[in-house]
Design a protein around this ligand. Structure first.
Ligand code: ADP
Ligand code: MG
Length: 212
């Protein structure tokens, strides 16, 4: 017996290679799970921004991505939507622990990402957490491993906090080699770009720079 959820996942995946970025005008025309569509609708997000349009299709195809677009262009959903979709497609559950790690360079941004995740992800069943340090290493590491989607603050200031630096290093060193990396940065100009990123390079980038 094929469960309804398996059927939905198969139908979504079958459409990934047909996504025509040039013609996608609304989120509803992207092959996204009902739960994500509901979250977007509840938050009144109807049309993807340029960076979202370009990134979501590539990320759904499991490619590594390097995206750049100016502040306010919608980079947060450009990576949160693929995170929700990939975990959903894998039928990720509470029992599976950490499935996605989001690294933010500032506290403010970490909170914004967390809020957006709670908004668009509210119909999903994933656990999510914000880790900004200050707690004992073991406690923090245990919480991170138990949580499905973790937003981790990698603030320059905190490099001086040895406990936190230790946590960060341990996490990055223990990331699985088989993973998908989405790296977004802000540009000063209007010109946004999204490109498929060389995987090995993305892996090398990760420990020293920050996603988002
Ligand atoms: P960036 O990370 O590029 O600075 P954000 O992800 O913070 O951009 O988004 C900027 C603002 O635009 C936020 O207030 C967010 O709620 C809103 N936003 C993002 N995507 C959309 C969309 N597709 N439709 C309408 N508003 C959006
Ligand atoms: Mg922003």
């Amino acid at each position: 017996k094929i469960e309804a959820v398996d059927q939905e996942i198969e139908q979504l995946k079958a459409k990934y290679n047909e996504i025509d970025v040039a013609s996608v005008q609304t989120f509803s025309s992207f092959p996204l799970s009902q739960k994500t569509q509901q979250g977007l609708k509840a938050a009144h997000f109807e049309k993807p921004t340029e960076i979202q349009r370009q990134s979501i299709g590539l990320a759904l195809r499991e490619l590594d991505i390097l995206g750049a677009a100016k502040t306010g262009s919608g980079k947060t959903l450009a990576f949160l939507i693929p995170i929700l979709e990939r975990l959903y497609n894998l039928k990720w559950s509470h029992l599976d622990g950490l499935g996605a790690l989001i690294i933010s360079p500032t506290r403010e941004l970490a909170y914004q990402i967390f809020e957006m995740l709670k908004t668009v992800g509210k119909f999903h069943d994933f656990s999510a957490g914000l880790v900004i340090g200050g707690k004992p290493l073991r406690e923090e590491a245990e919480r991170i491993n138990r949580t499905n989607v973790v937003i981790l603050l990698d603030e320059a200031d905190r490099i001086l906090d040895m406990g936190f630096a230790q946590t960060m290093n341990a996490i990055v060193e223990n990331l699985p080699t088989e993973r998908q990396t989405l790296l977004f940065s802000a540009t000063q100009t209007n010109a946004g770009t999204t490109r498929r990123h060389d995987t090995t390079q993305a892996h090398r980038l990760l420990p020293t720079s920050s996603v988002v």
